[in-house]
Design a protein around this ligand. Structure first.
Ligand SMILES: [Zn+2]
Ligand SMILES: [Zn+2]
Length: 264
């Protein structure tokens, strides 16, 4: 727990470097826009999101991990009311947290006000490892509030929340990476995890396709709830990524920050 922040940052930077290198050497798709401006925007948003969470940590008594420790201490939440083997409770907690994120993602696509915020992620005209960190600060703040509520209701251990957050962060970078898995490996991996080909469908310009494959880590929920689309209609090389804005604006930081408040 003491070195939690350092461990998480090291895993994040290590996986980012790994996927960014694979993309550079063996890209899956040809880029629509130059990498420089898109990467500047995604990293700036990440910096703003980190600052937002730091500010929230000042204002709120706890964030997600602190909420788990507090819930355990107070005996609050489902998992603190029942007795299960520790290993089983850990798996159950990670599964339920992943389902909650899946459901939250689906809701952000259905509620117009939330979709305005989430469009910032989808407006990216290419999909690569930096798309995984391209979110509007207001969406990140809202997500944290929802996560705190879910943690208090569920009552997982702090370690379960840390493991879940590392897994979510790592799998998000993996499935946004502009890389190609051999077809057979993709089929095998996507039985459990969301693969880059599976999540790319979710970034299609077509509404029916971007309203599918909501999973970030586990692929099981989309199959279970019938929101799964195996491949894009136009194929992975020809499909269009992004939303209605087909120029360079989505790569710009100011435009991306203002996007939720735009008239259309
Ligand atoms: Zn989405
Ligand atoms: Zn995405």
């Amino acid at each position: 727990m003491e070195h939690e922040a350092l461990i998480r940052l090291s895993i994040f930077l290590g996986l980012f470097t790994l996927f960014a290198s694979i993309e550079t050497w063996f890209p899956r798709r040809v880029r629509s826009l130059p990498r420089k401006s898109r990467w500047f925007t995604a990293w700036s948003l990440t910096l703003l999101n980190t600052l937002t969470l730091r500010m929230m940590a000042f204002v709120l008594p706890v964030l997600a991990v602190g909420a788990a420790a507090d819930a355990t201490h107070q005996g609050w939440g489902l998992l603190n009311l029942i007795t299960l083997p520790a290993w089983f409770e850990l798996i159950l907690a990670v599964l339920i947290l992943d389902f909650a994120i899946w459901l939250q993602h689906l809701i952000t696509h259905k509620v117009p006000l939330l979709w305005r915020l989430h469009r910032v992620h989808h407006a990216d005209r290419d999909i690569d490892v930096t798309t995984a960190i391209r979110f509007h600060p207001v969406e990140i703040a809202l997500s944290m509030l929802i996560k705190i509520a879910v943690v208090y209701a569920l009552g997982p251990t702090a370690i379960a929340v840390i493991i879940f957050e590392i897994m979510l962060n790592g799998t998000a970078m993996f499935n946004h990476a502009n890389m190609r898995l051999p077809a057979k490996v993709d089929q095998l991996v996507r039985m459990v995890l969301v693969t880059p080909d599976m999540h790319r469908v979710h970034h299609s310009v077509h509404r029916q396709e971007h309203d599918s494959n909501y999973g970030f880590a586990l692929s099981i929920w989309d199959r279970m709830f019938n929101t799964y689309i195996a491949q894009p209609k136009a194929g992975h090389d020809k499909m269009e990524i992004g939303l209605a804005w087909r120029d360079e604006r989505p790569a710009k930081l100011g435009w991306s920050l203002w996007l939720p408040f735009q008239k259309k």
